[in-house]
Design a protein around this ligand. Structure first.
Ligand code: GLU
Length: 350
């Protein structure tokens, strides 16, 4: 009898192990943010971002080991207001390395929400593999009542482990919505429903351990990207300058004289510049600096040749990218060319 019980237990153990081995392998690359933040008590909003190590993040998610075989790596541990080109390059390098060496089927990146949309778009344009890469984070720190981090992490692993997520570019999963990394924008400073796609819609949903897609991103990314930053230690310097009524051209002049390669204007309405900034932009372009007109308006495109003659001024337009995303594309575009027409083409393609 004892022998029989031992055999049954052994078979059960082997079955569980085999089932585990059949699960997709997901690596979590942790960078910090609120999801790794801790506060003094559960009922206070005050906290410090980027405190918990990746092992603690994974341990806080019940059942995650039934979705995928998980391992974690700490790439950085910062509040994402301190995200940097240096960390982006490190992330890009590690992701391409993981997929090249077939170390994982998919990757989840935990990240602060402040600049998550920028990292998502940057990786969308620079990861050269079709395997799923999914960013997520949280709006509430790990110590808060009803912390949203564990659920978002569970969902992100579920999305990264899904065969349906392959070939969709870099994704951002938040509060059960799945966004294209290009379109996702942080739209609330504090609410749990922190992200939206203001010029489009979520691509799909993750709910109760299931992934459903409704849309496919139209713009090219990943395998089809022309941007290869392998071997680059840094990127061209691009700044964003926001306009307002009666804005002087000081901001544009300061960056133009401060060694920047490109400037994105967060302009008025359809990317409009007032007279003072038009003059400053003309001065910047004369110095060989690329200038892209984006808008401070939260939705819509910036179109050519409406109130501004871009050919005459020498500017390009951001299409429907917000200023911070236009900055990413201009930085990457400038690694390939300084030609205004070619830079403009990137904005209509990516
Ligand atoms: N500012 C912090 C960050 O972006 C906290 C915001 C968050 O993660 O929700 O990392």
């Amino acid at each position: 009898m004892k022998k029989l019980l031992l055999i049954v237990a052994g078979v059960l153990f082997m079955t569980v192990c085999l089932a585990q081995n059949n699960l997709p392998k997901i690596i979590i690359l942790a960078t910090g943010g609120t999801i790794a933040g801790t506060g003094a008590s559960a009922d206070r909003a005050a906290y410090t971002a980027g405190e918990l190590p990746v092992g603690d993040l994974i341990a806080a998610v019940p059942g995650i080991d039934k979705v995928a075989r998980i391992s974690g790596e700490q790439i950085a541990n910062v509040g994402s207001q301190n995200m940097s080109v240096e960390i982006w390059i490190k992330l890009n390098k590690r992701i391409n390395e993981i997929f090249k060496n077939k170390l994982a089927d998919g990757i989840v990146i935990t990240h602060g929400t402040d600049t998550q949309e920028e990292t998502a778009y940057f990786l969308n344009l620079t990861v050269r593999y079709d395997n799923p890469v999914v960013l997520t984070g949280s709006m509430r720190p790990s110590t808060a009542i009803s912390a949203d981090g564990p659920k978002n992490l569970y969902d992100a692993v579920t999305v990264a482990a899904s065969p349906y997520s392959k070939g969709r570019g870099v994704l951002l999963t938040f509060n059960e919505s799945i966004f294209d990394g290009r379109d996702a924008v942080k739209t609330s400073t504090t609410k749990v429903n922190g992200f939206a796609a203001p010029n489009g819609a979520p691509l799909g949903q993750v709910y109760d351990g299931r992934v459903i897609y409704y849309l496919k991103a139209a713009r090219k990314a990943n395998k089809e990207t022309p941007f290869d930053i392998t071997g680059l230690a840094t990127l061209p310097k691009v700044a964003v300058v926001e306009l307002f009524a009666d804005a002087p051209g000081i901001g544009v002049d300061a960056y133009a004289n401060g060694g920047f390669d490109g400037i994105v204007t967060a302009g008025l309405g359809n990317g409009n510049l007032n007279d003072a900034n038009t003059e400053a932009v003309i001065r910047a372009i004369k110095k060989g600096i690329a200038v892209c007109r984006a808008s401070r308006v939260p939705t819509g495109r910036v179109t050519q040749f409406d109130e501004t003659d871009d050919d005459k001024l020498g500017t390009i337009v951001s299409d429907d990218l917000n200023p911070q995303k236009a900055r990413i594309l201009l930085m990457l575009g400038l690694t390939k060319t300084k030609d205004r027409k070619k830079l403009q083409e990137f904005f209509f393609q990516y």
